[in-house]
Design a protein around this ligand. Sequence first.
Ligand code: ATP
Length: 463
Amino acid sequence: MARLGFHSALMSKDASATRMEKIVSLCKRRGFIFQSSEIYGGLNGFWDYGPLGVELKKNLKDFWWRRNVRERDDMEGMDGSIIMNRAVWKASGHEETFSDPMVDCKVCNSRNRADQLPEKDGKKYCPQCGSRDLTEARDFNLMFKSHAGPLESEDNLVYLRPETAQAIFVNFRNVLDTSRQKLPFGIAQIGKAFRNEINPRNYIFRSREFEQMEIEYFCRPEDGMQLTDYWLEQRIKFYEDIGIPRSKIHINDIPDGERAFYSKKTYDLEYEFPFGVSELEGIAYRTDYDLGKHIEHSGKPLDYFDEATKERFIPHVVEPSAGVDRTTLALLCEAFDEETVTDEKGNSETRTVLRFHPRMAPIKCGIFPLLKNKPALVEKAKEIATALRPIMNVFYDEAGAIGRRYRRQDEAGTPFCVTIDFDTIGENGPEKENTVTLRHRDSMTQERIAISDLKNYLLEKIG
Ligand code: ATP
């Protein structure tokens, strides 16, 4: 684990802090993200996704699943339980070593991660009260504990999983036997993970409950290195396909000595967040460490028999492990834009727009009857909305001036809006009957399109 990924901020500190504040405030105002249990004062490190946020996150997860599972012959999906036998975490080493060094302030009793303490004149100090009277660093295990069953005894101790990966390793045999895959092949999983982070921070970047999208790609030992580079490229392409340009992704090739001892190669993919360049995903060549450990602890045969060469061996594994919440935050940061626009009367105003890739946008198309008190317009608009709803998320809105309705959708990141007007219902002659105005979010340009072409047009853009 590379637990620190902060480099220099790319914008000035003030500009990036302001940008981040604006993103956080937009996310709350428009219903992307709320503080968990907000009415009771919230809970540090926990977040809720609102109506737009859940769509954004779902689009991300669905596209990851499509790209990595459905579009590939060599990948199987699974969904493991969050709570597993404690023995899993003993074998994986998490019970022993999944910890961060923590330091207590002797003056205000606050607790902070040793590697994140601010420093002045070469001496670390407490970020809360400024005192330099700190304890020595001690290891703090990040796994949340609970008990399975009514007894709160050591025998019933269980953990909320801190990563989804272990469910894949312990199911390797089950998936191999039921899917009839041959090496190389992968198992993919999306699910919740929990880490009792000492200092949750940077909004949803580091939280205590989050989701991961993980692949364990099993291979012959001699193919591990080359497949790590293959997955690096696949994963960068994925980010490009969701609207995060390659130029904003930094590849951190973790040097010898800084990688986990069992890893022969690890790349961290980092994104230029407003608060600094920070880790989105790790791609690690983990050799046969995990399967080897589970063989040792469970005594079960998690090895592989190669029919062609008649060899029996423990497969090696390459693990691309991405965070749903961090990628969602990257999507929001990448999409957020403000520009000055001038209306027909010459008044200028700031337009806030989320320039999501149409594939990721929570709402694909806004549907507006020009006037809400004209039944023919309303009826036609509702008809179009009903036809599109089974295949994409649309938003029907009949309230207020058209310009305002466009602006509301700009803030939600809706790439297209259609307006149903008097031309549509044939009041200005048959020429434009059954056509609508299609308005583009990014350029704000408008064009006329036949209702019969709308569905295919939108589907092609959404990809
Ligand atoms: P970091 O160094 O930032 O703590 P890590 O190296 O410990 O991350 P991994 O254990 O490699 O992270 O987990 C894989 C991915 O899971 C990370 O790249 C990140 O996207 C996501 N992730 C890990 N911890 C958190 C967290 N506390 N909040 C949100 N996402 C997380």
